[in-house]
Design a protein around this ligand. Structure first.
Ligand SMILES: NC(=O)c1ccc[n+]([C@@H]2O[C@H](COP(=O)([O-])OP(=O)(O)OC[C@H]3O[C@@H](n4cnc5c(N)ncnc54)[C@H](OP(=O)(O)O)[C@@H]3O)[C@@H](O)[C@H]2O)c1
Length: 249
């Protein structure tokens, strides 16, 4: 798929680190102009922008706190200022993992999970929809946790379940306009958010539920997102694609 996204415009949320960074780099490598959204890590976002530019693609960073009600609106406004009237690919990846059990869960944690993991992606789609055209597509980043009980974190799992539910509704609403909407559902991926895989116990637990005996990398997810974002996936919409190394088979 060499430079298959040349001339395309892309927004990736949460692209300063982890899975979002790998997605931004993968799409930049394909030639797309990539807007690298970040929250608190400006320096990391600068590095991602620099790496994409070094591949010969255009890139800018955009800051917005997606826990705030107007975060998606600010992000969309700035994106429109940079790319103008056409967005080809939106990857709503930014998310928070607060692994509280039902006994420990605080109302503030629940609200933050749903603000960042559900409200922000939905309102971002709303705000960017006017500059999506026939051939544009949206990709959400869900989680294996939405469909399998992989830990004691019901609220996080529920936020991803809610996000997955929106995939079909948006796909149905946007399909007649030629816009696709899909999601990927990663299993355990080695990032800052999944710090538990750095412990012996966490690693064993993860490998025990997978048929593949290594921990997933951000690049494993980015490859699938790059496929879904490309014209190769033009007949796929309303789907959630597991990217989990054969977890819970
Ligand atoms: N890692 C896994 O095992 C795993 C598994 C399944 C699904 N996922 C999902 O994959 C996505 C990425 O996860 P990750 O593991 O790559 O996490 P990560 O390494 O913690 O990175 C999270 C990214 O989201 C951004 N972000 C978080 N809260 C934000 C906020 N309030 N406002 C703006 N940006 C915010 C962060 O930006 P800053 O750092 O700049 O603040 C960062 O770029 C999430 O949706 C997560 O739920 C991860």
């Amino acid at each position: 798929m060499a430079r298959s996204l040349l001339g395309k415009t892309v927004v990736v949320t949460g692209a300063s680190r982890g899975i979002g960074k790998a997605i931004a780099l993968a799409l930049g490598k394909e030639g797309a102009q990539v807007l690298v959204h970040y929250g608190r890590h400006a320096r990391e976002a600068d590095q991602v922008v620099a790496e994409i530019r070094s591949m010969g693609s255009r890139s800018e960073k955009i800051n917005a706190d997606l826990a705030q009600p107007d975060g998606p609106h600010k992000l969309a406004k700035r994106a429109k200022e940079i790319i103008g009237g056409r967005l080809d690919i939106l990857v709503a990846n930014a998310g928070v993992f607060l692994p509280s059990s039902i006994d420990d869960l605080a109302v503030e944690e629940f609200d933050k999970l749903f603000a960042v993991n559900v409200r922000a992606p939905l309102f971002l789609v709303q705000q960017l929809r006017p500059i999506m055209c026939t051939g544009s597509n949206v990709i959400f980043v869900s989680s294996l946790a939405a469909r399998a009980t992989i830990g004691d974190f019901a609220a996080y799992a529920a936020s991803k379940g809610a996000l997955e539910t929106t995939v079909k509704y948006l796909a149905r609403a946007f399909g007649p306009h030629g816009i696709r909407v899909n999601a990927v559902a990663p299993g355990v991926i080695e990032t800052d958010a999944a710090a538990f895989v750095k412990t012996g116990e966490g690693r064993e637990h993860t490998l025990a539920m997978q048929t593949f005996k290594r921990i997933g990398s951000p690049e494993d997810v980015a490859r699938v997102v790059a496929f879904l974002a490309s014209n190769q996936a033009r007949w796929i919409t309303g789907e959630v694609v597991p990217v989990d190394g054969g977890s819970q088979l």
